[in-house]
Design a protein around this ligand. Sequence first.
Ligand SMILES: Cc1ncc(COP(=O)(O)O)c(C=O)c1O
Length: 473
Amino acid sequence: MNYSTELHLALEALEAFAAAAADRRGPVIRQRPMVELARTLELDRLIAEGGLRGDGLQRFLKDYLAAATRLHHPGYMAHQVAVPHPMGALGSLIDGYLNNPMAIYEMGPSAATVEFAVLNWMLRKVGWRPAPMPGSSEAVGDHGGGVLTHGGSLANLTALMAALGRVAPNAWEEGVPRDLVVVAPEACHYSIARAVSILGLGRKALKAAPTDADGRLAPAQLGSYLRSLRQQGARILAVVANACSTAVGLYDPLQEIGGLCRDMGVWLHVDGAHGASALVSPRYRHLLDGVELADSLVWDAHKMLRTPTLCAAVLVRDHRDLDAAFHEEASYLFHDKDQPGIDLAHRTVECTKAALGLRLFLVLAAMGERGLADYVDRQTDLAAAVARRLRAAPGIEVAVEPQSNIICFRLDGADELQLAVRKRLLEDGRYYLSATEFRGRRWLRLALMNPVTDSTDIEGLLTEIRRHQTALG
Ligand SMILES: Cc1ncc(COP(=O)(O)O)c(C=O)c1O
């Protein structure tokens, strides 16, 4: 059956939606009650009857988009999710249409080749040797490796699985030894704590690394801390460093941490889900100096690389670590095959896996590396300017000097005030920001993801904040 009318309808509706949002028409967020939405969208009827096409689809899309959160709106400053480049979205559409789950080469040679190329691009950015193209005359030798997974959380779990394979190779057969610990700053993303529990180490095996007052891992104390853990009989599965932290966007000093971990023979995992994208920027690459000393890195393209969700890379310095992470045999998939490409299924939790590389590749092919670097630079510079503006405003405290596109600030007053102001802003719907905890207090938090957000939006936000603050007394 031909669905070209529906495809065109959807594309037209989406383009109009994004253009209106970018033009600041309508709210950035409007949360209607679920029960009301389900009725408006006629979900039960459509599920029971089917047949949604043409005019019906147009009506459905109108209601669906009206209730959607508008990431394309410059008032969107809340979460670390990309405002996707249309070419990246095209990648999702093409993949959805083809449905080539390419974790085994035979199910999607073009998708697998694109993922391979994108991973090698990322490995080069880190400073690790890219993998030789299968079937080419490139020397094999030592090289890095990677896989794209459905999100940074799964990617962190995958990286720690790789560490487990190296540190406790018998764990796969015999279970996880009781003496393993993971050392990470308290400011690490919650997916690290989850991974530790999922791996079966138990939440108590996550040890809080020494940090400075801003929550950055402190290399000067890390060595003695690791030694003291060892003296107590613990084996260190991995040290995890932030690049950058979720709450306030600060980078841990990777050069010193990396050197120390190398000297002590400890696996260093860098969670660069948000901040590794600075690797593409000649101006901000220095924030990740030393990342090449790590053993693994997680880098989400669906955060700062304008790529639609999801597209997260797990990268390792030595490909063998990732190759050994999952030992399961599935004879219908994993057997000696004479094939012109490679399978990635053995590097990931997933069996069926979307062609995630196409999303990032099409963004790169449209914007070029330079275009992405300009985007990272712009958002980082904007954050610095916003911090200066907020510091100059009376009664506003800025948490830290931003190193990325994340800024945290608070109004004079209790934690409840920050949350109450945020609630009112979201009810109004013109600005959408988040809130976080840092140094034991609540902060309002901006993640400047939108390439159209500018100083006029920041001024507008400040005016609205003041209005709500006054109203709240
Ligand atoms: C540092 C860090 N790691 C991991 C994640 C989780 O990534 P995802 O949301 O793609 O699972 C986030 C998400 O914000 C993050 O900031």
